[in-house]
Design a protein around this ligand. Structure first.
Ligand code: HEM
Length: 521
């Protein structure tokens, strides 16, 4: 009697134990097989494979959990490899960490292209409908004698408009004057008081409102509905979740709702013809191109949100770092102010005049701080789809359908390019290195090759002018007067879609130093 009930559990436990052992053994064998499999090259000349502890899905899990830092840290650990392969399910990611090879990727623009990735990305991030995605996907990389699709037309127009010349100068002045008006108005409002501000939010506010104004005119959606300013940053901060492309209204609720609110505002703006009242010519031309390619008003609104995004986010974050790095270092602040004092002209009407030419040519310290902020703050990736199997630089076999990523963050941290102190913030390196000494492909805050940011000249003018106006008008101090302003590290555990934000908020005390208007001419 008594043996029976005892016998059953022990038999059961034997069965359970053996099943568990079998399951563990099968799992271990499967893991081992997958681990070995990920190391198998598709071609003998494929770039060396960096195996992941979680075969195939490891790089994707790492990117979701740790953002751009995941691939960057793999790149830093594998500095000896100019290019390496990360196997992912059904495909490969080739990561480039060498400047000469980055230049080769940029030159091979026929075989390695960014544009085929755009339709899916814009569908996910901007919420474009299927018909418009179909239009966007047409004639992506046309030869000169072939018909141009929407993206190719837009690309040509934007690059021509923002290239050196009259239209660039006019837009740069419009931007600097708009930001100048805001600075002067803020100084007048502050008078003798001081205010404690979150520096990033403070700068973002001026740039967001100012950019919407000089690009989209006085009837821009953000001017008509101030709630859209917060929506803009909610959209920006949730971009990574939107990019996942899975049930965005649930998984990415906040950025999804923010985006839809911005799109509704832009749709109303376009339907009411508000762009005809003072929108910049580049915006008018963009709207015309969308119309010519059969975009609906709703789809045009989504396309314009992408341009507003391009105009605001990097400018705001780069301005924040430049102001912070200058104001956190008394000697640097003194040097920048001395440069500016030498070029500012005082007028009989009590204004201060600052010429854009002098800002670009006679303020090397300010310019160097801006460039060093870009180097230190940019971990961006330049991505290309491999259209056909190819041999890169005569050496590396790349498989069609894979993605090549030039790792800006690894290149920006490379002591072989920047010197042994590559980890340190040192603007003087740009003065020491001088023009032309660093391979353009090694300095990548603006990307490179066919997708090199068309707004780079404009952004440089705008940011130099804006930072100059801030340091000429305000004094920034640490909240506790016995301390210096401190500079936190960047938050690199996110998708590096733009110059990275600080890991912690930076609060500073702002006082008016000189309330006279600075007019950029
Ligand atoms: C410091 C400020 C800026 C930085 C760091 C920056 C950086 C970038 C980067 C990294 C790219 C992608 C390049 C690539 O994939 O190779 C890009 C593209 C672009 N940027 Fe900028 N940008 C800045 C300011 C601006 C401004 C102010 C505008 C316009 C007013 C602008 C317009 C664009 C546009 C339209 C594209 C897409 C180009 C294409 O068609 O491929 N950017 N930018």
């Amino acid at each position: 009697m008594s043996a029976f009930p005892e016998f059953i559990p022990s038999k059961l436990s034997f069965h359970l134990d053996s099943r568990l052992v079998t399951a563990v053994a099968v799992a271990a064998a499967l893991y081992y097989a997958l681990y070995r499999l990920q190391k198998v090259k598709i071609h003998p000349n494929e770039p060396p494979i960096v195996a992941s502890k979680i075969p195939f899905v490891g790089p994707l899990v790492g990117m979701v959990l740790d953002g751009g830092r995941h691939v960057k840290s793999i790149g830093l650990l594998n500095r000896d490899k100019p290019i390496f392969t990360l196997p992912v399910p059904g495909s490969r990611i080739y990561v480039v960490t060498d400047p000469a090879l980055a230049a080769a990727v940029q030159r091979a623009s026929k075989e390695l292209s960014w544009t085929p990735l755009i339709p899916e990305l814009t569908k996910r991030v901007m919420g474009l409908d299927a018909d418009t995605v179909g239009v966007v996907a047409q004639n992506l990389d046309p030869e000169p004698d072939e018909p141009h699709g929407f993206l190719a037309d837009l690309h040509d127009m934007v690059y021509a408009y923002l290239g050196p010349g009259e239209s660039l100068n006019a837009l740069s002045l419009a931007a600097a004057r708009e930001l100048g008006r805001q600075i002067t108005a803020h100084a007048a409002q502050l008078e003798q008081q001081s205010e404690t501000v979150d520096l990033l939010a403070w700068v973002q506010h001026f740039v967001t409102i100012g950019t919407a104004q000089y690009l989209y005119g006085p009837e821009n959606p953000l001017a008509r509905d101030p709630r859209l300013e917060q929506a803009f940053w909610d959209f920006d901060h949730g971009l990574g979740r939107l990019l996942l492309g899975f049930a965005p209204s649930l998984v990415a609720r906040k950025p999804y709702r923010a985006r839809e609110a911005l799109v509704a505002g832009l749709e109303e703006y376009l339907s009411a013809g508000r762009h005809e009242v003072g929108a910049a010519p580049i915006v008018q031309r963009r709207i015309e191109i969308a119309h010519l390619h059969g975009f609906s008003v709703a789809a045009t609104a989504r396309s314009e949100l992408s341009f507003l995004f391009a105009g605001i986010v990097n400018t705001a974050t780069s301005t924040f770092w430049t102001v912070l790095q200058v104001c956190a270092r008394p000697a640097l602040l003194a040097a920048v102010r001395a440069e500016l004092a030498a070029v500012v002209e005082e007028t009989a009407t009590g204004e201060r005049r600052l010429s854009m030419e002098a800002l670009k040519g006679a303020c090397p310290t300010l310019h160097a701080v801006f460039l060093e902020c870009l180097r230190v703050g940019s971990d961006s990736y330049t991505s290309r789809l491999v259209k056909n199997d190819m041999l890169l630089a005569g050496q590396w076999h790349l498989k069609a359908g894979s993605v090549v990523q030039i790792a800006g963050g690894v290149l920006h941290a490379d002591p072989g390019i920047w010197g042994a102190d590559a980890d340190a913030f040192d603007p003087a390196r740009f003065i020491r290195l001088g023009e032309g000494k660093v391979l353009p492909a090694a300095f990548r805050p603006f990307g490179g090759g066919k997708t090199l940011c068309p707004g780079r000249h404009f952004a440089t003018h705008e940011i130099l002018a804006f930072v100059a106006m801030i340091v000429l008008t305000f004094d920034l101090e640490a909240v506790h007067s016995d301390e210096n302003i401190s500079v936190p590290p960047k938050e690199d555990r996110v998708l590096p879609v733009h110059i990275l934000e600080p890991r912690t908020d930076v609060f500073v005390k702002v006082r008016v130093r000189d309330a006279r208007a600075v007019v950029v001419v």
